[in-house]
Write a protein that binds this ligand. Structure first.
Ligand code: LR7
Ligand code: MN
Length: 652
């Protein structure tokens, strides 16, 4: 089947050879462009007093560009114009087998031309936009581990086909210790035939995407670095709007709208321009709806650049010098994860701007699972990276992250729980009175269950003891019991020094100015478990999603689903959900926090220990009976079942 082997059917290759002369002529012209034309494209640039902003590009560095040539659809191959590829039923078994390899439909991908056509998904207004006639050049850096041939090559070809040639300095590939035959000599030979300078570097051993990108960036010759994942498709006009933002202000970091390439059919599906990047307490990147205030700032123009609190991480352009000036990446991060939020916080806190440019569209194959290995274990890697973000950039708000992650409970212990009074160290005496004898049944094993697991409960309690009372001797405990050390963060002193050196602003500043809609409460009175005085059980989200009723459980003291924040806005929050009651007799549900009080306003009284629902005037009460694990609303009656324990210290 010709289609399955289409890597040798590139038509544009020859086409481009014929155009070489024309491109050379265009470049030649750049040497003696007329000054008058230049003036109008020059942008005033304000040097900030923090010394972080760089002057605009020297004129000689900018390139005159023309739109990329139009690539004709190859009508005979499947998937043209971004259409879905459907696999005939008789090939379904092969399809499923091949799916495992990359966690996307490789069979479908292999059937699609490497330079397939796509529809122009841009707003009409975007198509009509004019960008400066002189722009900086960019190197496109693509890192990969075990990427499939056709997705990688389609990323490369869509870059070549849809970028104005004078602006595309080169493509830099970084192979992160892949084990696939086709990424060896075959790839080396293939890239020599490409019409754009393409260099391939290899990490010595598996380094993870963060260190692989750092390796690629080191070799960049263009003025701007544009990062892409290895399974993308660039669309018409994707590059010009990105570069033109950077030429206006070199401390702007820009992302395209990331459209969806279906992992099952490879259909190109346009993504919403009304979402931006956020994050939750677990420090997962999340898409949220763009708030009205940002729409207003842009004067209601949906084609205007959107200031986003965070970025997804894989697809963005940044001035090369600025990339290094603000501290490139945290080299202490492994494999995958965390670097996207780290760079987002860093850019904003250290004087830069992070934008999504809605006139630039790039497709990305979103998949449900990671196809590759995580040396050290997924959890350990991802949690470690996230903890480094929390440690360096998030100040007190790092606690939310630790509270959500039972695996990091040596950290939450310090915040959530109240230290037990230790008799000796606090002035008391502890004695055995030899004249008093009491018998006790000693048994070999405990007859009851340990919710969360015996080891974890015991480790947890002991770690808390060690943290609070043992000072330097706690290391004996951790050394003998390495399981309790859980997620080592590694050395973050260099990153903290960077933050100091760049005089970056605080995380509070970021939350107040850049992301007031965030899921992190600005001011909160309490973060921890909420325990019922009568039953001694704790409020528990039971891990349910938005819309589910609030539950209760035995208090396990390990954070996660039993961690709530009581905020200055009088919300009781768990991650991005809030306790919400619409009727005087309940039910109490977890609903996405709206920050507008209403059904989500609760008042905690430290004396009576009641949690009163403002709208209904009812009090939060223990469940009706022991076998229904759902707290309820009841008329306030000062009963013990309506008393809840929180160590609230009202600071505001
Ligand atoms: O060890 C590794 N070495 C690598 O070179 C692991 C990965 N990689 C490569 C990999 O082959 C790919 O090209 O790194 C790239 C990104 O890895 P993916 O595709 O597995 O990541 P993702 O798309 O699931 O994840 C998103 O979040 C990551 C957090 O570390 C990175 O920032 C990804 O670049 C990022 N992708 C996007 O932003 C695209 C939009 C997804 C969303 C939301
Ligand atoms: Mn990806």
């Amino acid at each position: 089947n010709k289609n399955l082997n289409n890597d040798y059917t590139i038509k544009t290759n020859d086409e481009y050879k014929g155009k070489k002369a024309a491109i050379a002529a265009a470049l030649q012209k750049d040497e003696d462009f007329d000054e008058a034309n230049l003036e109008e494209n020059e942008v005033e640039h304000d040097m900030g007093d923090d010394g972080l902003l760089l002057p605009p590009y020297p004129k000689s560095q900018l390139r005159r560009w023309a739109p990329a040539p139009f690539v004709k659809p190859q009508e005979e191959t499947p998937g043209e114009m971004g259409k879905a590829v459907n696999i005939p039923i008789e090939q379904e078994k092969v399809m499923l087998e091949k799916f495992q390899e990359n966690q996307f439909n490789l069979l479908a991908s292999d059937m699609i031309s490497l330079n397939r056509s796509l529809t122009d998904v841009r707003f009409e207004k975007c198509k009509a936009k004019r960008y400066p006639t002189l722009l900086p050049t960019t190197s496109v850096v693509i890192v990969f581990h075990n990427e499939a041939w056709t997705t990688l090559l389609r990323t490369i070809w869509s870059t070549i086909n849809r970028s104005p040639r004078p602006l595309l300095k080169e493509i830099i590939l970084v192979d992160d210790a892949s084990e696939k035959e086709h990424l060896g000599k075959k790839l080396e030979d293939y890239i020599k035939t490409l019409p754009v300078s393409t260099r391939l570097f290899r990490t010595e051993s598996r380094s993870g995407l963060i260190r692989a990108r750092l390796l690629g960036a080191k070799h960049v010759k263009g003025d701007v670095i544009t990062f892409l994942d290895a399974h993308c498709e660039c669309t018409e006009g994707w590059l010009e709007p990105l570069l033109s933002r950077i030429v206006e202000d070199r401390s702007t970091v820009v992302c395209p709208i990331i459209d969806v390439i279906s992992d099952t059919t490879f259909e190109y599906i346009q993504a919403s321009d009304m979402t931006w990047g956020g994050f939750n307490w677990k420090l997962n990147f999340r898409w949220y709806r763009v708030p009205e205030r940002e729409m207003q700032r842009r004067g209601g123009d949906r084609t205007a650049p959107l200031r986003t609190p965070t970025m997804a991480g894989g697809l963005f352009a940044i001035d090369r010098e600025y990339f290094y000036k603000i501290g490139s990446y945290d080299e202490g991060m492994d494999i995958w994860g965390g670097e996207n939020l780290e760079m987002s916080f860093r850019v904003w806190q250290c004087g830069g701007v992070l934008e999504i440019v809605p006139c630039s569209h790039v497709g990305h194959v979103f998949r449900d699972k990671s196809p590759y290995s995580f040396p050290g274990g997924v959890q350990a890697v991802v949690l470690k990276n996230a903890a480094r973000v929390a440690e360096v950039w998030m100040d007190e708000w790092g606690e939310f992250y630790y509270a959500m992650n039972p695996e990091s409970y040596d950290k939450i212990g310090r915040k959530i729980l109240v230290p037990t009074k230790q008799v000796w160290m606090c002035g008391g005496t502890l004695e055995i009175a030899p004249c008093s004898h009491v018998g006790h049944v000693f048994r070999k094993t405990t007859p009851y269950s340990f919710p969360g697991g015996t080891g974890r409960v015991v480790n947890h309690n002991n770690a808390r003891l060690a943290e609070v009372w043992l000072d330097d001797w706690k290391h004996f405990y951790y050394n003998i019991n390495p399981g309790a050390l859980n997620v080592p963060v590694g050395d973050v002193s260099e990153r903290k020094a960077l933050r100091e050196r760049l005089k970056c602003k605080s995380f509070r500043w970021y939350l107040e100015n850049i992301y007031p809609e965030s899921q992190m409460p600005l001011d909160y009175y309490y973060l921890g478990e909420i325990r019922n005085a009568e039953t001694s059980n704790c409020l528990d989200t039971l891990g349910g999603k938005a819309g589910q009723p609030l539950g209760m459980g035995y208090c396990h003291g390990m954070g996660g689903n039993q961690v709530f924040a009581y905020t200055k806005r009088k919300q009781i929050m768990s991650d991005d959900n809030c306790l919400d009651a619409a009727h005087p007799r309940g039910p109490i549900k977890l609903i996405r926090c709206h920050g507008m009080r209403g059904n989500q306003e609760w008042t905690y009284d430290t004396k009576s220990r009641t949690i009163k629902h403002t709208n209904t005037g009812m009090c939060l009460d223990k469940p009706e009976s022991a076998d229904v694990w759902k707290p309820v609303l009841r008329s306030c009656d000062r009963s013990r079942g309506q008393q809840w324990l929180m160590q609230v210290d009202f600071k505001w």
